[in-house]
Design a protein around this ligand. Sequence first.
Ligand code: HEC
Ligand code: HEC
Length: 344
Amino acid sequence: MTAHKIPLALASAALTAGMSLATLAEPMPSTVATLVELGYPAPQEGELVHIPPTMADLEKADLHPETKEVIRRGYDLFTNTQQLRGENVFNEMNCSSCHLGEGRQPFSAPIWPAAVTLPSYRGKNDHVNNLEERIAGCFAYSMNGVPPEYGSDDMLALSAYHQWLAKGAPMYPDQPIYGRGFPAPERPEKLSYQRGEELYQAQCAICHSEDGSGLYQDGEYVFPAPWGDGSNNWGAGIVRTETAAGFIKNNMPLGQPLSLSDQQAWDIAYYMTRQERPQDPRYTGDVEETLEKFGPTFHKNSSYGQVREHDSHVLGDHANWGEKGDEVTPWNVGQSRFEDLKEK
Ligand code: HEC
Ligand code: HEC
């Protein structure tokens, strides 16, 4: 995210809202000292702290020029995933729309931990996943897409980028990882849809628009869509209220992380995750049935299948798959593995 990408009108509106262009354009904090200064927790004793290398470091690295080329390609796909629109991506996002700072930023689900903790068991699909399958998961749900095939050039490039960011970190670490995921503040006793709506309209709509559709100028990505057809689908991790609250608290409004109270972050998350978006690719044709299957594991933390208070709308009760349509199902959804091992 660079200042020149912000249209002038929005930039000046952002300025009146109390942000400086300098903050908006500032690179993501990359040292623990800066993070702590900004109000993020300091590493706990025994936590694994890893600051991923940058693309500038790559140029200096002792790697074959072709290896560097592939890592650069992975970086390019991660930060401009829209180049795969219509093929692998059927919404208006990039991987870096949620994984801020090019996937390097602590407390913004940095992506390198996947490279050192996988292959391992994942409850979401009930089998052991490798790095490619984890990447495929974000394509199927967060990008409302169809992942590139295992072993394809694009998959190789993306996994190379993840592994590059993990350079020097220990494999299968025993320690918990500092800044992993979108850690949520403690859930307040009561959440309010109405307060969330007011806060969203006051602090977020300026960039993400009043109706959550984001901002695209002449087809160009400026600000992503937190809900609606251009957003992630109902199977994406960020539809869980807790994950959304963690994302918002630590990362939004852009350039003002940690400025919202815990209650505010949760209220906005509650409001945001109770808006419509493309159908979960695991949908069986019936919300209740889908909820029965995935409620205990995944949707227990989302609003899927719930009745919205002000208009009695049942969330997720539709067959709108967004731009993807209902013709294609991602290949990695519902695929079982290691059946022979399970029998033993
Ligand atoms: C709509 C938001 C969103 C988008 C877009 C998105 N992701 Fe994610 N991603 C998440 C969330 C949420 C998690 C889970 C974080 C957690 O565990 O709390 C996650 C987790 C991951 C992880 C695992 C990190 C770990 O700690 O093990 C990887 C790897 C990953 N994403 C890669 C990608 C790639 C590659 C893309 C683009 C193809 C992408 N993501 C797009 C939201 C998103
Ligand atoms: C100054 C503009 C700006 C403001 C204000 C802002 N955001 Fe964002 N937001 C962004 C940008 C830009 C990204 C994507 C980061 C990137 O592409 O580098 C983003 C990403 C997101 C995402 C992940 C992608 C998606 O669309 O789902 C969510 C959720 C989000 N913001 C919610 C919020 C909320 C809630 C607020 C208000 C508390 C807010 N934002 C305020 C600019 C803004």
